[in-house]
Design a protein around this ligand. Structure first.
Ligand SMILES: Cc1ncc(COP(=O)(O)O)c(C=O)c1O
Length: 405
């Protein structure tokens, strides 16, 4: 009996070992390294507590993994076709519509491939909208602290760009925007809602006030790049900051793989209906529709994952997570202050930047690095995501203290 039990235990152990091996050495080795390093990933805006395990189980068990899906087409206007998940994509946009302060009858949106894809749509839709309305070529205004994708995309789209100076904390300076404005041409302004390194939020009301001082500008389009902060802000008391109605913007892009915890890149793009209605027509007969979005084939699995998380985590879960994430951010800043380690934090931000520690600590905690003479030169930052707990912060602080001794 005892022998049988031992053999059974060995069999189960061998099976689980086998289950963990892909049969490919390179893949298995990579997995081991990744398992080790992701535990201490503090420097990047990745939510390491993805809640998609049940989704994958359902996906494989139902044979969905053997079906090729594609969301080519417009989820807001098409009759969904049977190899798409556009009906779920539309549900996702409907769910988020009030969280970004859009009216139900004045919104259009898609699940994008990434935050960058959302910015691409923002800049492209802005350029089409303004050219359609004014027959003039717009200029893109973006701060020198904003994510590089915005400059890259404006360049790609052949648009003139003016970089507007930001203050030391990374916020676009309203007076500098005014200095840069060319009032003879329409303006696309990209507002940073959480810049990548410093977590700076552009003061949208103050910048809008500058634009309002110049009614002679032939047309204005405001796109909000809210890749990370657009995830948690709607679930906090600071939600007004991302409200289309209150902040008076035309479009917004948010990443799905940052705060929301989708396990590979995707995002949200929402704009007003007026913007959508002023896009160039691309009537594509074989798709039986008017293709306003940039991509033809679009991922059909990411909208399903988004939809799944809305059911599973939803507003209640995201509200709890947003609170925990900001509490831990303030905790990290307070702990750094307490040990006298120079550190800075923007309002509403989950990104603390500080004097760069040794290379060893930077590597151990996967810290992202920056440089700024205004803050003494070499810097690093921590982005406090869902998996960054107070316990983890205490370990980090202890390592800093030991280094300082
Ligand atoms: C402010 C900001 N905008 C855009 C992006 C690009 O987003 P994605 O990586 O989803 O393309 C990032 C990425 O970190 C970001 O921080």
């Amino acid at each position: 009996m005892k022998r049988t039990l031992i053999i059974a235990a060995l069999f189960i152990a061998a099976q689980s070992m086998f289950a963990q091996s892909s049969g490919y050495q390179k893949l298995d080795e990579w997995l081991e390294i990744w398992k080790d390093s992701h535990k201490t990933l503090l420097g990047y805006p990745i939510n390491e507590q993805s809640e998609l395990h049940d989704f994958y189980k359902w996906y494989v068990e139902t044979g969905m993994d053997q079906i090729n899906l594609n969301n080519a087409g417009d989820p807001m206007t098409d009759n969904p076709w049977n190899i798409s998940t556009q009906a779920f994509e539309k549900d996702v946009i409907d769910f988020f519509t009030p969280y970004y302060g859009f009216d139900k009858d004045n919104v259009w949106g898609i699940v994008t491939h990434s935050g960058t894809d959302g910015n691409n749509h923002g800049i492209y839709f802005g350029a089409n909208y303004l050219t359609n309305k004014t027959q003039l070529e717009p200029i893109v205004y973006v701060s020198d602290e904003a994510h590089y994708s915005n400059m890259r995309l404006a360049h790609l789209q052949g648009l003139d760009v003016k970089l507007v100076k930001s203050d030391p904390m990374g916020r676009m300076i309203p007076e500098e925007l005014e200095k840069e404005l060319d009032v003879t041409r329409p303006a696309i302004i990209v507002y940073a809602m959480g810049s990548t390194f410093r977590g700076a939020v552009d003061d949208i009301p103050a910048l809008n006030a500058i634009l309002a001082k110049h009614p002679e500008i032939p047309g204005v389009y405001r796109h909000v790049d809210a890749a990370l902060f657009g995830g948690y802000l709607p679930f906090t008391e600071l939600r007004d900051m991302v409200s289309q109605k209150l902040m008076d913007y035309e479009s917004i892009a948010v990443s799905g793989h940052k705060f929301f915890g989708i396990d590979s890149p995707c995002g949200l793009f929402l704009c007003t209906r007026e913007v959508y209605d002023n896009q160039a027509d691309f009537s594509v007969t074989y798709l039986n529709g008017n293709m306003r979005m940039i991509n033809c084939s679009r991922d059909a699995v990411q909208p399903l994952k988004f939809w799944w998380l809305i059911q599973k985590v939803g507003a209640e879960g995201w509200t709890k997570q947003a609170k925990q994430l900001l509490d831990c951010t303030y905790y990290l800043k307070a702990r750094l202050d307490a040990i006298g380690w120079p550190a800075w934090l923007n309002e509403c931000s989950n990104t603390v930047f500080f004097k760069r520690p040794s290379k060893e600590i930077v590597t151990r905690y996967n810290l992202a690095q920056g440089y700024d003479d205004n803050f003494g030169g070499e810097l690093a930052h921590i982005v406090v995501m869902q998996h960054v707990t107070k316990e983890e912060i205490d370990h980090f602080i202890k390592d800093l203290e030991e280094e300082d001794d």
